[in-house]
Design a protein around this ligand. Structure first.
Ligand SMILES: Nc1ncnc2c1ncn2[C@@H]1O[C@H](COP(=O)(O)O)[C@@H](O)[C@H]1OP(=O)(O)O
Ligand SMILES: [Mg+2]
Length: 353
């Protein structure tokens, strides 16, 4: 299979980084990390980014990396840096050979800071570029709801590999999404899934456990026979996408079920496995540029599961323009067969504003 090594390393790196975010969440819940500047998001974001970059550097030293965080804040804040370092040191895959495969643990706090700072690539249309979002869905993470650890490889602007670690989604692909999918899912029975895709090779899901990664199963979007029965996913945050425009589109399509609100790229994974049908992300602010790390993995996973992903004008997401999707506005993701129909409704609602 093409990109087999990249896929394997990406999956293990996401698995390990996800473990760190979970342990930060749990320690925080017990009150250990409580000061403002040691917020669980900050600690989890930096720690997960360090772990992912160190694995990528070990295997693919010449690749570029686009990641959300920079180390400057930590260099100016020693207690915060030490706090993150303690989590990074304590996080290891249970499967020892997999841990070794990732290049083993980071050796020092300085090495951790150096790793964090290797995510400053400007991105672009040429070469091999990884995009990392160590904790996508910050608000969901804090609520104990949905968040995702996201990693994608682009080659000459084309997403080739995408991996999403979603620790609070059900393992079972056929578990229906309900309106509470985004709430307090932490450590509920049977939670934790890793979605993966390689361009041209399909998309899969598997259990995201502490131990060796389980065998994965192919996933597919659900064929929609009657659009009025569709379930659509949207952000929890009304500042990230327009709930009112999305409601108007649903109404125009005759959809009567309430939307399922959840944070992060868990939305892409959920529709890719057929648990939901559509993902609508209508812009709130005309000047917001979506970040490549917020979409690269999800875009590929949905397309490889039989879906189509465009912006609100019908253009494919364009990952060649740097760290943001500056040529796109919003996201419309749906099974191929109905995407055109959804897009018509999107255009109609937007033009009537
Ligand atoms: N105005 C905005 N429009 C769309 N997305 C936004 C906006 N502001 C922030 N975001 C991004 O939305 C992502 C979360 O999406 P979701 O609502 O689907 O969970 C975050 O990565 C966040 O970026 P940031 O990390 O810079 O805050
Ligand atoms: Mg994000």
């Amino acid at each position: 299979m093409p990109y087999a090594k990249e896929l394997r390393i990406a999956q293990l790196a996401v698995q390990r980084a996800t473990l760190l975010t979970k342990s930060v969440f749990h320690t925080t819940a017990k009150g250990t990390v409580s000061k403002e500047d040691h917020s669980p998001v900050t600690v989890g974001d930096f720690g997960a980014q360090a772990l992912i970059i160190s694995a990528l550097r070990h295997h693919f030293p010449d690749d570029e990396i686009v990641a959300e965080e920079e180390a400057a804040e930590l260099i100016a804040n020693k207690p915060l840096s030490e706090r993150i370092w303690s989590y990074v040191q304590a996080t290891m895959l249970e499967d020892e050979s997999a841990e070794q495969e990732l290049g083993g643990p980071i050796q020092s706090e300085q090495e951790m800071l150096d790793a964090i700072d290797m995510g400053k690539s400007p991105g672009g249309a040429k070469g091999r570029i990884w995009a990392i979002d160590p904790i996508d869905g910050t608000k969901g993470f804090l609520r104990g709801g949905q968040y995702a650890v996201c990693l994608a490889l682009m080659v000459d602007g084309d997403v080739k590999v995408g991996v999403l670690g979603c620790p609070n989604l059900p393992v079972d692909d056929s578990a229906p999404l309900d309106a509470h999918a985004g709430e307090n899912q932490t450590d509920a029975e049977g939670k934790g899934v890793i979605f993966s895709a390689v361009l041209g090779e399909g998309a899969t899901s598997g259990a995201l456990s502490r131990g060796a990664l389980s065998k994965e199963a192919p996933i597919h979007m659900k064929p929609i026979e009657d659009i009025t029965q569709a379930t659509f996913c949207e952000s929890v945050e009304s500042g990230h996408s327009s709930h009112s425009d999305q409601a108007a589109i649903a109404k125009l399509l005759g959809i009567t079920k309430p939307s399922v609100r959840m944070d992060s790229q868990a939305k892409y994974g959920s529709i890719a496995r057929g648990a939901g049908d559509l993902y609508l992300r209508l812009p709130v602010r005309a000047d917001y540029e979506e970040k490549i790390w917020d979409h690269a993995a999800g875009d590929l996973i949905v397309r490889e599961a039989g879906g189509e992903v465009t912006d609100v004008t019908g253009k494919r997401l364009d990952f060649t323009l740097g760290r943001t999707l500056k040529a796109n506005k919003g996201v419309v993701a749906a099974p191929k067969a109905v995407h055109g129909k959804i897009l018509e409704a999107v255009k109609q609602v937007l033009s009537s504003k």
